[in-house]
Design a protein around this ligand. Structure first.
Ligand SMILES: [Zn+2]
Length: 409
């Protein structure tokens, strides 16, 4: 919980702090409790709340009785008053979701990615997907705050473009943000899918996030989204969290960077399938099936491991050991309180992967005698990228940010 400031022209920051406190109280919150939680004066609270009610973001038409004394009027978030749209651009599928202010999905659609290897037309496909969602779910356009686009890295966050993502050959410098804004006439934010997933944990998860955590995203690539002291970290260009070339103790196939011990190659789908072929789990040539076939094979591998197949378990355990070795270093560098695993691949891996990951990470975590490090799986499922995209919009619109504080003083 962040505290407000009663000094100076801090209306925007204070409003965000108050809205955040109301958002975190689904049962409603009385003004006097807002004073306690935010440290703001009753006068400031009163002014800001009036503005929030006028804007339709907050309602105050319900009273509660708790303990002695007269019933209190409680403030509640008007969850349907604004909508955020998220798009996840994945090499295999494009997912579009609409969220309310509680971070709940109110509408979603999936589209096959017809143009892998062919970036032309992707912006108009995204625009069509957004317009279709708005039309079919009958969303009120006036309530839509904007669109958050979660894309595989690397990105040029300043220019709003994707720059040579590994699984999309031919996508050298693909401008996305501005062309999409022009087509749909809504503000657009672009971030890496891993960062968006971390933002989703802040806005859409049922559990409270600790102030500092890392989201380890397992999909066609591997990356870390980082939140430190309640703020989403982006780095200078939007490319924080590129952990794919961290070294692991195992020897693994040659990486494009020229080394034979990169975690990215250790977890690469083709690497795992080849290990399955060597172990006799998969027939020969099982590694030449394109993206869809490869993804299906990985789910087959993890479900075999879950069902007790010893060879499959050995492959998954080896991958988990390598991943844990790297993730422990990430936790050590950032001094976070929680590691969250998620992404499209995680659901298949969670059952067999989480126990060994948890054990290995704790073993290598340096500050374990000082504070606890939780290791958990995301509860947001395979839509976490798209949900995160929409949460980028919520975070931009409503999050109390210290940099906002600096700008306004
Ligand atoms: Zn490498």
């Amino acid at each position: 919980m962040q505290r407000g400031s009663n000094l100076g022209r801090l209306g925007g920051y204070n409003q965000a702090v108050i809205l955040d406190a109301i958002r975190r109280a689904p049962e409603g919150i009385a003004r006097v409790e807002l004073v306690e939680r935010t440290g703001l004066s009753p006068q400031t609270i009163s002014n800001v709340v009036r503005r929030l009610v006028d804007d339709g973001l907050v309602r105050e038409d319900r009273k509660t009785v708790s303990g002695p004394g007269k019933p209190r009027t409680v403030l509640e978030l008007e969850v349907s008053s604004r909508i955020a749209i998220g798009i996840h651009l994945d090499p295999a599928v494009m997912t579009v979701v609409a969220l309310n202010l509680h971070g709940e999905v109110v509408a979603s659609t999936d589209h096959r990615m017809p143009g892998v290897g062919e970036p032309d037309g992707i912006v108009s496909q995204m625009a069509d997907a957004v317009e279709t969602l708005i039309a079919t779910a009958r969303l009120d356009r006036k309530r839509i705050l904007g669109v958050g686009l979660a894309a595989p890295g690397p990105i040029d966050g300043i220019e709003g473009m994707m720059v040579s993502p590994p699984m999309l050959p031919g996508w050298d410098r693909v401008p996305l943000r501005e062309p999409l804004e022009e087509l749909i006439d809504l503000p657009v934010w672009l971030d890496k899918d891993v960062t968006a997933a971390a933002v989703a944990e802040l806005w859409a998860s049922d559990r409270d996030a600790p102030s500092s955590f890392a989201f380890i995203y397992l999909g066609t690539g591997l990356g870390a989204g980082v939140v430190l002291q309640n703020e989403v970290q982006h780095g200078s260009s939007g490319n924080i969290g590129e952990i794919g070339h961290f070294p692991v103790p195992d020897e693994v196939p040659l990486c494009e960077c020229g080394r034979r011990n990169c975690i990215g190659m250790s977890l690469n789908f083709v690497t795992l399938i080849r290990q399955g072929i060597e172990a006799g789990i998969f027939p020969k040539n099982h590694d030449e099936q394109g993206l869809d076939g490869t993804t299906a094979a990985i789910f087959e591998l993890t479900s075999m491991a879950g069902a007790g197949n010893a060879e499959a378990q050995a492959i998954v355990n080896r991958a988990a050991r390598n991943l844990a070795f790297v993730v422990a270093q990430v936790a050590n560098v950032l001094d976070v309180q929680r590691i969250i695993f998620g992404g499209p691949l995680w659901d298949g891996l969670a059952g067999v992967g989480l126990p060994p990951l948890r054990e290995e990470i704790q073993k290598h975590f340096v500050a374990k005698d000082i504070h606890q490090l939780e290791v958990v799986g995301s509860d947001l499922g395979e839509q976490v990228g798209a949900i995160g995209g929409a949460c980028l919009v919520l975070d931009q619109a409503f999050s109390p940010k210290t940099r906002g504080l600096l700008l306004e003083t």
